[in-house]
Design a protein around this ligand. Structure first.
Ligand code: PFF
Ligand code: NA
Length: 456
């Protein structure tokens, strides 16, 4: 299989367009919904430190590896890996790594859509002043009423899936690129307003800063380390070929190092801002940082319910969160859609319809796990928790490890050096050292420590 010079799906119109789209894929529910609640569950500071270390020592080098494989292969992950492996005279088994990614994307989107659906539900709720003057208990009960009603959740989940597939069916430039140009700056702005509001809580703001940034290693568990590492992959959209597909539309001259740093930096900034907006409220209202997946739905409405023009800002915030979720959701299905289009000559629209229906169906499992199937657990986890654990903590790090091995060991130095186009000897070799040794070993050690053989 030879590799084409350009993707059949077109190219990003510029390097900026790529940065925007990939940042859109990265910034999503992971930053605003998931990061705060797992940081809360795993005790703050030390967890956040491990997370930041994973972003820069594991996330950035693997992101560069994914983009370079995508841009050199110019096809869906499956085919790109196949043609690069052939070129390097390596095993043709590498292409099956693409399947793992397709599967992870499927599974993640199924529950991602259920949570994003809840964010949609909050837009009218805030707009109509439902949370005006709300108490912590009131906010909690309003959220419970939503997740305990399967019909409501179903309606919102269905709407989110339809919107996702609509955007993906429109293709790379018209669909993916447009949606992020306005979104990112607007999201940033509202987050800053929220942080400013939280800042007024004074001592509680300080308490939040201490909680998030003062590491207390006695609270760090092996499970916490795994979750921090898994979240580094989840939040940067790594380990499943999404960024690889986006890389396949990247023009040749763009610097892979620079775009990777820019994307990782913006993603991290959004997560930290979300934490600074949420934890002061948690402490000021005597709530628990470990509230789990409900955290943002129970804390933020309290802020919006008490601030001036809160209905407007609140509705805007959740609307932006939905858009951020959409620009991530489209990245989750792009690998499977391109694979169907390139290898089976299925029309993009038809591929979208079938993929959409399957993901929607699978989503029912997570949806019901918040209500009628709440007691249906395996290894002490509900269906939603199980899917989240399996994908974020296992599949993505495993995928990332294999991608690092492919880029560091299977691809020749000549190929990666040429594709990365890094002039500095030092920086190139630092990257190569990270993907060859540091990332695979770190991921391996975390996995092994889970089995209890190692204990830290
Ligand atoms: N990075 C997204 C988030 O933080 O919400 C989630 C995600 C999107 C993961 C796309 C994986 C992916 F391919
Ligand atoms: Na993210």
């Amino acid at each position: 299989m030879s590799r084409p010079l350009k993707s059949v799906h077109g190219e990003w119109t510029s390097r900026w367009a790529f940065i925007l789209a990939a940042t859109g894929a990265a910034v999503g529910l992971g930053n605003i919904w998931k990061f705060p609640y797992i940081a809360g569950e795993y005790g703050g500071g030390a967890f956040v430190l491990v997370y930041l270390a994973c972003i820069f020592a594991i996330g950035v080098p693997i992101m560069m590896a994914e983009i370079l494989i995508g841009r050199r292969g110019r096809q869906n992950p499956f085919n790109s890996l196949a043609s690069l492996a052939e070129e390097e005279k390596a095993s043709s088994l590498w292409k099956y790594l693409g399947f793992g990614g397709v599967l992870a994307g499927f599974l993640i989107l199924s529950y991602y859509s259920v949570i994003a659906g809840q964010a949609i539900a909050y837009v009218p709720r805030l707009l109509f002043g439902v949370f005006e003057g709300v108490t912590p208990d009131g906010a909690r009960n309003l959220h419970l009423a939503l997740i305990q009603d399967p019909e409501k959740l179903l309606a919102w989940h269905t709407l989110f899936m339809m919107l996702t597939m609509l955007i993906v069916s429109r293709g790379v430039q018209r669909g993916l690129e447009k949606s992020v140009r306005f979104l990112m700056p607007a999201l940033f702005l509202i987050l800053l307003i929220l942080v400013a509001y939280a800042y007024q809580t004074g001592v509680y703001f300080n308490q939040a800063v201490t909680f998030l940034f003062k590491p207390d290693f006695s609270r760090l568990t092996t499970e916490g380390v795994l979750t921090a590492m898994g979240h580094a992959f989840f939040t940067l959209s790594l380990g499943m070929g999404a960024i690889m597909v986006y890389g396949s539309y990247l023009p040749k001259k763009a610097s892979i190092l620079k775009v990777s740093l820019a994307i990782s930096f913006m993603d991290t900034a959004v997560a930290i801002l979300a934490g600074l907006a949420i934890f002061p409220l948690v402490f000021a209202n005597g709530m628990s940082p470990g509230a789990g997946p409900s955290l943002i739905f129970e804390t933020l409405p309290i802020a919006f319910g008490h601030m001036e023009n809160g209905a407007f800002f609140g509705a805007m915030f959740f609307l932006l969160l939905v858009f951020a979720g959409l620009s991530s959701a489209i990245a989750l299905v792009e690998p499977v859609v391109t694979w169907l289009v390139e290898n089976f000559e299925i029309k993009r629209l038809n591929a979208c319809i079938w993929v959409g229906i399957l993901v929607w169906l699978l989503g029912l499992l997570s949806l019901f796990s918040f209500n009628v199937l709440k007691d249906w657990t395996w290894l002490d986890m509900t269906a939603f928790e199980l899917l989240d654990y399996l994908t974020a903590n296992i599949m993505l790090p495993l995928g990332g490890m294999l991608i690092a091995i492919f880029a560091g060991w299977t691809m020749s130095q000549r190929s990666t050096q040429e594709e990365l186009g890094i002039k500095s000897y030092l920086i190139y070799h630092e990257w190569r050292f990270l993907v060859r040794y540091v990332t695979p070993i770190a991921i391996f050690v975390v996995f092994v420590s889970l089995t209890g053989v190692l204990d830290f």
